[in-house]
Design a protein around this ligand. Structure first.
Ligand SMILES: Nc1ncnc2c1ncn2[C@@H]1O[C@H](COP(=O)(O)OP(=O)(O)O)[C@@H](O)[C@H]1O
Ligand SMILES: [Mg+2]
Length: 301
């Protein structure tokens, strides 16, 4: 069993005591952000790490996927955290049925944040300051990793996540539009680095819902990998998640596939991905803000 922060040990770069804060982003919906976020959170928790997952999508899919009821989500949710300056992170946290995995749920009213916060000073950094306060406090039990599920748009909720994050993972399907979305994201990350002092780094691009029996998927995967490697660098995770009906069945049942069908191919892939992620984080020692340059290069496209 592993314990301790999942991190690259670049403590000056991490305001969270070395813990990794990972945002799952892509402005396209349906690319398996939520699925990847909850299953990776479960995979880390199973390895013995203390994990916090935060649902930042008003559609509240991660909340459903982790079996947290709407009633529980109303009292403790990301909305309070973002709109109420004195609402501390620990008050929004609830437990889940999975050992080592805590959660901050979402509900539809999270969508109001985009309007409520629009006139507020420091609106982009709300989540970051709550996380910093949480890690500074001596009274709270700390997490080794925090995984944030973002909405399918680059709105104020995603901006809050990216401003707070140490890393981001971009899940993509093997579709031609995948690279277009990455260019937009690259632009936004560059702006956040320049204007808000964000330090988020690209951890990797995750190919999901891959169907190796479909010739088109195979072709697009090859093109996608070539293009990403050419423009961004060695960022595509070698683990890919194949298409499998057990994933959506498990989600509908309020439990990640990793726990419902632990021997399924998808569950094994997410466990493998957790290993790859830890290795990647380890490899990063000494590097800072590597993603801003290669990602910004996407602007030229
Ligand atoms: N590997 C997979 N195989 C089959 N279906 C999947 C897989 N991953 C995700 N799905 C399904 O695809 C849909 C979109 O996934 P989701 O994680 O909600 O995407 P996003 O959060 O990016 O919008 C969901 O219904 C989910 O259950
Ligand atoms: Mg989602």
């Amino acid at each position: 069993m592993e314990t301790g922060p999942i991190s690259d040990n670049t403590t000056e770069a991490s305001p969270y005591g070395g813990a990794s804060v990972i945002a799952f982003v892509n402005e396209k919906g349906g690319g398996a952000k939520t699925t990847s976020c909850v299953n990776l959170a479960a995979a880390f928790a199973q390895r013995g790490q203390k994990v916090l997952c935060i649902d930042l999508d008003p559609q509240a899919n991660a909340t459903t996927a982790l079996g947290v009821s709407a009633e529980r989500a109303i009292e403790r949710e990301a909305h309070c955290l973002l709109t109420m300056p004195r609402f501390p992170l620990e008050r929004a946290i609830t437990n889940t049925q999975i050992a080592n995995l805590d959660f901050i749920p979402a509900s539809a009213r999270l969508a109001d944040c985009n309007k409520t916060l629009v006139m507020e000073v420091g609106r982009e950094g709300r989540l970051r300051s709550k996380l910093r306060d949480f890690y500074r406090s001596v009274l709270t039990e700390k997490y080794d990793a925090i995984l944030m599920d973002c909405p399918p748009s680059l709105d104020l909720l995603s901006i809050n996540a990216l401003t707070a994050a140490t890393h981001m993972i971009v899940p993509v399907t093997t579709k031609f539009y995948a690279l277009k979305g990455m260019a937009l994201l690259g632009e936004m990350v560059a702006t956040l680095h320049e204007q808000l002092g964000a330090t988020v780094k690209l951890l990797g691009i995750l190919v999901t819902m891959f169907d190796k029996k479909t010739a088109l998927d195979v072709t697009i995967y090859r093109l996608l990998k070539e293009k990403i490697e050419g423009e961004f660098g060695d960022y595509v995770f070698s683990t890919m998640i194949t298409k499998s009906v057990v994933v959506s069945e498990a989600e509908a049942g309020g439990l990640p596939v990793l726990l419902r069908e632990p021997d399924s191919r998808a569950a094994r892939a997410y466990k493998e991905l957790a290993d790859e992620l830890v290795a990647r984080l380890g490899r990063e020692i000494g590097k800072t803000a590597v993603a801003s340059r290669p990602l910004a290069a996407a602007r030229a496209n």
